[in-house]
Every structure is written in C-alpha cells, then in structure tokens.
Design a protein around this ligand. Structure first.
Ligand code: NAD
Ligand code: UGA
Length: 452
C-alpha cells in the first residue's frame, strides 16, 4: 500500500511504543515504524507478549501491527525512509563526571542524532519526544545541520505527558499536545506537519504550539509541579500523624477549592517512576547552571522530601513493632511504582525493601505484574528476599504487611483469611491508604496508614 507519510520513532520503550501505536491506530494512511537497538524488545513488540504492561495497549497494537505499524531493528533503513523522526530514547540521570546525580545523561540522544546524520539521504523533521533539558534542540541542530550533504534538519519539541497505567487513555484523549518549533517559516511549516498528524484525533484547540525552549521547559516544569504536590501533601501527612488530623480529609477539603484542585493530593509512601526524580533533579541542575541557586534549592527540596517520606516508612514500622524487625517476615504488597504497570523504576517499594534488609528483616514480595522486574532489581540480594505470586502465601507466617503499591486486587482480598495466617500481633502498614482500616482493626489487625 502507498502511504501518505512515513513516520519513524527511535526508541521502543514505555513512551515510544504506546505513543506511536496510537498514532498508527488513528492515522491508517501513515506508515509508522518503531526501531530500537534492543533486539529482544523489538521481538517482544512483534509477539503476543508485549515488552510492557499497559491496559488497552495490546488491542491498539493488534489493530495496527502489520497494517501500518512496524517494529524493526533496521535503524538506518528506517531513517532513510522517514519524513518525520521522533526520538524517544532514554535520558536518565547522569551517574558520572560533571552534574553526576542531577544532570541528564544525553549520550543516547546524541548517539541517535549522529546515527540519523550518518544514515539520512534527505531533509527530515526531527521531533524530540524524550524529556530533555531546555535548549537541547540547539545542540541537536548544530550537530545535525553541520553536514556536508546539503540536507536540512528541522528540530521540534513534542514532549510526552502520558502517565503509565493510563497511557492509552492519556494518548487517545490528551489534556493537551504540545509542539514547540523555531519561529521561522521552516520551523512553523514543520510544526504544522506534526500538528496535522495529531489533529486526526485530537481537537485542534488542545494542540498547543510554542517556541522550542518553552516546549522543552514546560515538560520539565509540568513534572516538577506534579512531584511538588505529592511532596507537599506527604510533608503534611507527617504533621497529621503527630496531631490527629487525617491527611485524606485535609486533602479532600483543600481540593474542593478550585484554585487548588483535587488531583495529585494522595499522600503515599513516596512518588516513584522513572521520571519525577530525574526531571526535578535536572531542573534543579539547570537552575544551578544558570546561577539560580535559590531556585535550584527550592526544587531539590521536592526530591529531599520524597526521600525522607520513603525512609520514614520503615522507621514507623520499627517504632510500632517493638524496635526490632530482625528475622521477622514482612510481606511487601506491591513492587511496581504505581498500580496498573509492571514498571519498577525508582519504585518506593524498592527503597522500602532495602531498608527492611538493613534491619535484617525477611521481605516476601508479591505483585500482580512486577515480580520479574523485582527479581532483576534485587539481583544482588536474591538470597535474602522471597517472591510469591499469591498474596495469601506471601502473608502466611508474616509479622507485618507493608502495602507499597495501590493495586486494586489488594482491596479485594479476604483479609480475615490473611489475618488468620499471620503471626500475632498482626500489623498492616498501609503506604497507600488502600485498606478499610476500621474493618481490619475489627478483625484484630494493628493498622498504620499514611497521614492518619
Ligand atoms: P525506555 O528506557 O523504556 O525506552 C528507551 C528506549 O530507547 C530503549 O528501548 C532503548 O533501547 C532505546 N534506545 C536507546 N538508545 C538508542 C539508540 N541509539 N537507537 C535506538 N534505540 C535506542 O524509556 P521511556 O520510559 O520510554 O522514556 C523515554 C523518554 O521519554 C525519556 O526521556 C523519558 O523521560 C520520557 N518520558 C517517559 C515517560 C514514561 O512514562 N516512561 C513519560 C513521558 C516522557
Ligand atoms: C508522570 C506524569 O504524571 C506524566 O504526566 C509524565 O508524562 C510522566 O510522569 C513522565 O514524564 O514520565 P508516571 O510517573 O507514569 O507519570 O505516573 P504518575 O501517575 O504521575 O505517578 C508517579 C508517582 O507518584 C507514582 O509512584 C504514584 O503512586 C505517585 N503518586 C501520584 C502519589 O504518591 N500521589 C498522588 O496523588 C499521585
């Protein structure tokens, strides 16, 4: 079949895979190819067992794959064929040299730019899909456009706002799509092409266009504001525990104020996920770089508060379990960083398990989706942890249950059966305020929730 346009995405991860699958689904006359250096990942995208768990993703892939959606490792061939190239490779926190622990590691991005440059045989639109420090497009343009092939690369920024667990819904009905471009005739024309792609299913008024730097910076600040709300409510959760106030009540009433709004005010064991920590630290680093030390310290404190919240979870267990958990079986309910995903990157549960191990407790981990990832994350301590697919088996003989992920399945368990199988007194530390605490207390549990 003759396609109207060839769109390529480099990087078949949590963002590239779902985002491009939805574009292919909604634009059947556009050929969408997704490439990756990781062959196992591409093989999985081409199989019935997709490499990531995301509700609704399989159906979208199934509709488009083989029709106008293709997963491949032929990166050079796909670059040559493409009109528009989205780049969605990973941009983790740098672990070495200047800015280690804070700045973005841009090596994968730069490598990709150089691969595009080497393979391209004509002008292309390059779209930053990865989250990047503000002004990255400038560096990319310099690298790409200093070629002697006489070809031009127009760089756009189209950051992604999907959240894992709701990615398909977020992509199909986004709050907004953001496209940043240079305000030149070429930049604006390139921008219009990407607007047209999204306009197949996104109402025009929700497609916002800005200059390049605003688009890059909006992505970082959106994540920083979301993370800040969680750190703010988590800081209040600690005060609630001291004073007898209930953080859920406080958040509910505050959220009714339209100026504050109800979302992202759930106190928890801490925020996880691959991006909040990295993006807030990157923002703080950028501020530092531009000499804005006070602004940097302000944003850094969002991450500091999160680390404190994660670490006080096990401290609270210790306080209430007679100051020792050494040798005690502790069932960890949930290892994913949030419900409805198998992703465990920066999961607060991981932090909790490491703290439990420091106290010489025996963690038994259960999770509906993330046990393989948990085994990989804990590869260095596999002799000190156990894994159980069945939550009843995980809780059997345990002194305490630590709820770290808000999987709905955990609410629906037969908690009386769990209670009967546990050591007494039986404790529940609910890091997600998930269970019906009064009902569990009636059964005999000692229940501790966050901010209550
Ligand atoms: P990921 O690690 O799941 O996927 C990145 C993929 O890029 C990997 O499969 C990797 O093999 C591939 N890759 C790296 N270098 C490559 C190269 N030179 N050529 C081809 N493939 C290459 O990462 P992700 O979670 O999809 O995140 C990607 C970007 O999107 C990051 O910048 C992240 O901050 C941003 N983002 C992530 C989310 C999210 O929910 N995960 C949401 C919004 C934005
Ligand atoms: C987040 C943003 O919500 C997305 O808009 C953004 O695109 C993405 O980061 C990214 O750039 O990677 P994600 O990390 O997938 O998405 O998931 P969130 O729903 O934001 O949750 C992040 C963490 O905060 C989870 O651990 C979650 O449990 C926690 N959280 C969330 C709370 O503790 N309380 C809340 O009220 C909300």
């Amino acid at each position: 079949m003759e396609f109207k346009q060839n769109v390529l995405c480099i990087g078949a991860g949590y963002v590239g895979g779902p985002t491009m699958s939805v574009i292919a689904d909604r634009a059947p006359d556009v050929k969408v190819t997704i490439v990756d250096i990781n062959k196992a990942r591409i093989d999985a995208w081409n199989s019935e067992d997709l490499p990531i768990y995301e509700p609704g993703l399989y159906d979208v892939v199934k509709r488009a794959r083989g029709r106008n959606l293709f997963f491949s490792t032929d990166i050079d061939g796909a670059i040559r064929e493409a009109d528009i190239i989205f780049v969605s490779v990973n941009t983790p926190t740098k672990t070495f040299g200047h800015g280690a622990g804070m700045a973005s590691d841009l090596q994968y991005w730069e490598k990709t730019a150089r691969e595009i440059l080497a393979a391209a045989n004509g002008s292309k639109i390059i779209v930053e899909k990865s989250t990047l420090p503000v002004r990255t497009a400038e560096a990319m343009s310099t690298i790409l456009n200093s070629n002697d092939k006489g070809i031009h690369f127009e760089i756009l920024s189209n950051p992604e706002f999907l959240a894992e667990g709701t990615a398909i819904r977020d992509l199909e009905t986004p709050d907004r799509v953001l496209i940043g471009s240079e305000q030149t005739p070429e930049g604006l024309a390139a921008c219009e092409k990407v607007v047209d792609l999204y306009a197949r299913w996104v109402p025009r008024e929700k497609i916002l266009t800005t200059n390049l730097w605003s688009a890059e910076l909006t992505k970082l600040t959106s994540n920083a504001f979301l993370a800040q709300r969680i750190s703010s409510i988590n800081s209040i959760s600690a005060l609630c525990e001291k004073t007898g106030a209930d953080v859920s009540e406080v958040a509910k009433v505050m959220g009714q104020d339209k100026r504050i709004g109800p979302h992202f005010l759930k106190a928890s064991v801490g925020f996880g996920g691959s991006c909040f920590r990295k993006d807030v630290l990157n923002l703080a680093y950028l501020c530092e770089f531009y000499g804005l030390h006070e602004v940097s310290a302000y944003w850094k404190s969002v991450v500091d508060m999160n680390e404190w919240q994660e670490s006080r979870f096990v401290s609270r267990m210790l306080e209430n379990m007679f100051n020792t958990i050494a040798g005690k079986r502790i069932a960890v309910f949930g290892f994913a960083f949030k419900a409805d995903t198998g992703d465990t990157r920066e999961s607060p549960a991981h932090h909790v398990v490491r703290d439990l191990l420091d106290e010489r407790a025996l963690p038994i981990i259960t999770d509906p989706k993330a046990i393989p990832e948990a085994k990989r994350d804990l590869a260095d301590v596999l002799d000190k942890v156990q894994f159980e697919a069945d939550p009843y088996a995980a809780a059997k003989g345990a002194h305490a249950i630590a709820i770290c992920t808000e999987w709905k399945q955990f609410c629906d368990l037969d908690w009386k059966r769990i209670y009967d199988g546990m050591e007494k007194p039986a404790f529940v530390f609910d890091g997600r305020n998930l269970v019906d605490a009064p009902a569990l207390r009636d059964m005999g549990f000692r229940v501790f929730q966050t901010g209550r």
